[in-house]
Design a protein around this ligand. Sequence first.
Ligand SMILES: Cc1cc2nc3c(=O)[nH]c(=O)nc-3n(C[C@H](O)[C@H](O)[C@H](O)COP(=O)(O)OP(=O)(O)OC[C@H]3O[C@@H](n4cnc5c(N)ncnc54)[C@H](O)[C@@H]3O)c2cc1C
Length: 426
Amino acid sequence: MDTKKRVVIIGAGTAGLCAAKHSIAAGMDVTVFEQMSQPGGTWVYSEDIGKDKYGLQVHTSMYRGLRTNLPKEIMGYPDFPIPGEGVSYIPAEEMLAFLQSYAKSFGVNSHINFNHHVIRVRPVGQPDGPHTWEVMVKDLPSDEVHTYTFDFVFVCNGHYHTPFLARYPGQDDFKGRIQHSHDYRCPEPYKGQAVLVIGAGPSGMDIAYDISKCAVRVTLSHHLPEQPKTIFPNNVTQRPDPVRFTADGAIFKDGTSEQFDVILYCTGYRYTFPFLSVDCGISVEENFVQPLYKHCVNINYPTMGFAGLPFYVCACQMIDLQVRFCVKLWSGGVPMPSQKEMMADTQREMEERFQKRGYKKRHAHMMGPDQGKYYADLAECAGLVPLKPVITKLHNESSQKFLDDLTNFRNEVYKIIDDETFVQVK
Ligand SMILES: Cc1cc2nc3c(=O)[nH]c(=O)nc-3n(C[C@H](O)[C@H](O)[C@H](O)COP(=O)(O)OP(=O)(O)OC[C@H]3O[C@@H](n4cnc5c(N)ncnc54)[C@H](O)[C@@H]3O)c2cc1C
């Protein structure tokens, strides 16, 4: 960059750390604001639920004893793999230690202002002309609010922190406890109880299994097109979606009903950016964040990037690519497309998703089988080193194993042989 451009990064999790690393490398003046007292984002486990000591919602959704649901061989960054051999599905503490060693290795920590909560981000100037970003931040321990000015913004606040709570008829009649997986920490409080877990995404499947170690019985209710092949313990039953709650339980689509002490929503999370003023031109409708170019550039103000929005991905790998993509555009390494071009590109992709494939709005940023194509597109458009094809291949294999054999798949061990090939060594 010709002059030292100022970039602000909101959040110091997987995405924020990576954004900081590449922005430092590009010669930018980097400031990170992180509301917690350490880096690592959702991997920072806390026993607390509800509000923290500053009155903010507890950010983490991590639960005790969590092991990753992807092998560590594909969970590192392209230039900073997770070290070690013998175990592929590592404990959350190891993932946190890895992220913290990444921050240390690339000199990111000295750029992070911990215990700083970003309250508001607002553009000053014209979208297609010169503009800056005004960022209002609260220093939590001192309770002071300061305002800063930056040239670029990386939004890296994560999207597994604000529960999505579906509403069911009769919900207010239910006399037991209703919770969301965001507040799930360990199975012991469910000892002797009958628990309904709603949703069979990664959290629902994992938590149903975890709770079954203490609960008297667990019902996993979902609308997966096929029953997962996993053999759950005997005290776990699967049912279709609930149609209504009653005072002491729920009635399901198949007409059956059961009594429960606790209903645990594993119904996912909402994308929220409470600090973005309306002038930023970003809206969220049923988890479709728009208008974004290639899921990571604000089309209304292309000096604002988002890292980490797509899901069913190899997070560190994809985030690294998205960050390199934004930095390349911002530094003039490749020309920034016009707003018209960006909008047309996004419309093409969303038409394909919604009209041709029948995706719902909430699937706007879902990758899964599309991830390889997305990674290749980002790399090609900005002339970046692409991700290795083996990463996507191993992701597909591991995701299938998760569904097929939840209770055992974490014992498997993988080794990457070359850019195309992995082997299962155990
Ligand atoms: C229970 C659980 C298990 C998971 N398991 C896996 C797994 O096995 N493998 C995998 O690849 N992925 C897993 N994930 C997904 C994981 O969240 C992502 O891989 C990745 O860590 C997300 O990183 P992030 O930086 O986008 O968000 P986060 O890690 O959430 O970090 C966001 C950061 O922004 C900060 N922040 C937010 N708002 C503000 C603000 N206003 N001001 C200042 N700071 C702010 C937060 O404090 C936080 O530190 C899991 C997620 C959960 C919830």
